[in-house]
Ligand binder design. Structure first.
Ligand SMILES: Cc1cc2nc3c(=O)[nH]c(=O)nc-3n(C[C@H](O)[C@H](O)[C@H](O)COP(=O)(O)OP(=O)(O)OC[C@H]3O[C@@H](n4cnc5c(N)ncnc54)[C@H](O)[C@@H]3O)c2cc1C
Length: 297
């Protein structure tokens, strides 16, 4: 059974920035063969996977495209890079029934499509770090799903094909930003805290089942010196629940320059509605359903 197949290609000419306040830059779409170096349970239900391999660096491949069209073959693909906090790497997962991996195909438009007669099973994860030749992601262990089934069996030394971040979105040029997310958004929230510009007033709210169990490597603390500009709060909430988050948002400064919301689709929709009701302009909220409780997106 194929649960989520490769996204359709999009024509570069029709591509507009997803949000007018976040300029986009594109990298070639390249499949990279990597090796799992470590699988660590960093918190209950949260697994850190460290990937390594020569193809995270610059390498030659015949199957590369850029948003402006196909490039010569073979082409040197640049080393993987992840300049912004919510950059995404795509995992090409095995069919849980057969164990076979069907790879998506890069298109001339810089996208990914299914191969003829096949369907690739892909999942997207935020790049937590790319450092010293290793790419790190933090995966939430959902109740079920292809990602979870892969996590159950994956061991150091296993191989995996990933598609490195294709598009990166710059931070909006605002003075004040609100960022809200569930456990699947923790890597992005963590990067936002770590990589924020010094002048940004940042209000972060993470809704997770067990805040006390999260180590600093998952959600960093803010240095005391920055506490007047950066606030990081966690609320206890079951996956998919928006009530606790919306209650906690009562003390947030809304409207603000930009709001970023990601996580379970129902929660994200409810938080977005709440922010709009409080006067946040629609194009100043970027909301992304990362997954859906009780079914696929
Ligand atoms: C831009 C982006 C960035 C992301 N970053 C991260 C990240 O850094 N870390 C992370 O953990 N996730 C991240 N995600 C979310 C991740 O891609 C999803 O959680 C993904 O769906 C996980 O795949 P899965 O196979 O484990 O679970 P899925 O198959 O998607 O299932 C997840 C949940 O959906 C429900 N469900 C699915 N199928 C069924 C069914 N047949 N019947 C009943 N219920 C069902 C269940 O509640 C299940 O627990 C990101 C998503 C996006 C779009």
């Amino acid at each position: 059974m194929v649960e989520r197949s490769a996204p359709p290609a999009s024509a570069p000419a029709a591509r507009r920035p997803r949000n007018p306040h976040r300029a986009e830059s594109w990298q070639p779409t390249a499949l990279r063969r990597v090796r799992v170096r470590a699988v660590d349970e960093v918190a209950p239900g949260l697994v850190r996977v460290t990937l390594v391999g020569d193809e995270l660096g610059r390498f030659a491949t015949p199957g590369t495209t850029t948003p402006t069209g196909p490039v010569g073959s073979p082409e040197l693909v640049p080393a993987v890079c992840s300049p912004f906090f919510d950059d995404v790497v795509v995992f090409c997962l095995p069919d849980p029934a057969t164990g076979e991996v069907t790879l998506p195909v890069p298109t001339p438009g810089g996208g990914l499509v299914n191969p003829p007669g096949g369907a690739a099973l892909v999942r997207e994860y935020t790049v937590r770090t790319v450092r010293d030749g290793a790419l790190v992601v933090d995966l939430v262990r959902h109740a079920e799903g292809a990602g979870v089934r892969w996590l159950e069996t994956v061991r150091p030394g296993d191989e995996l094909t990933v598609v490195s971040p294709r598009v990166s979105r710059e931070l909006p040029a605002v003075e004040r930003m609100l960022a809200v997310g569930d456990a699947t958004a923790l890597p992005a929230l963590a990067r936002l805290i770590e990589e924020r510009p010094p002048t940004l007033a940042l209000d972060v709210l993470a809704a997770v089942p067990d805040p006390a169990a999260l180590p600093r490597s998952v959600l960093p603390a803010v240095p005391l010196a920055d506490s007047d500009r950066v606030r990081v709060r966690m609320v206890t909430a079951a996956p998919g629940s928006a009530v606790e988050t919306i209650e906690a948002l009562a003390v947030a400064a809304v409207p603000c320059g930009f709001a970023w919301v990601a996580g379970e689709a129902g929660m994200v929709a409810a938080v977005r509605r709440h922010l709009l009701d409080r006067g946040q302009e629609p194009d100043r909220v970027q909301f992304t359903g990362y997954w859906r409780l009780g079914g696929s997106l």
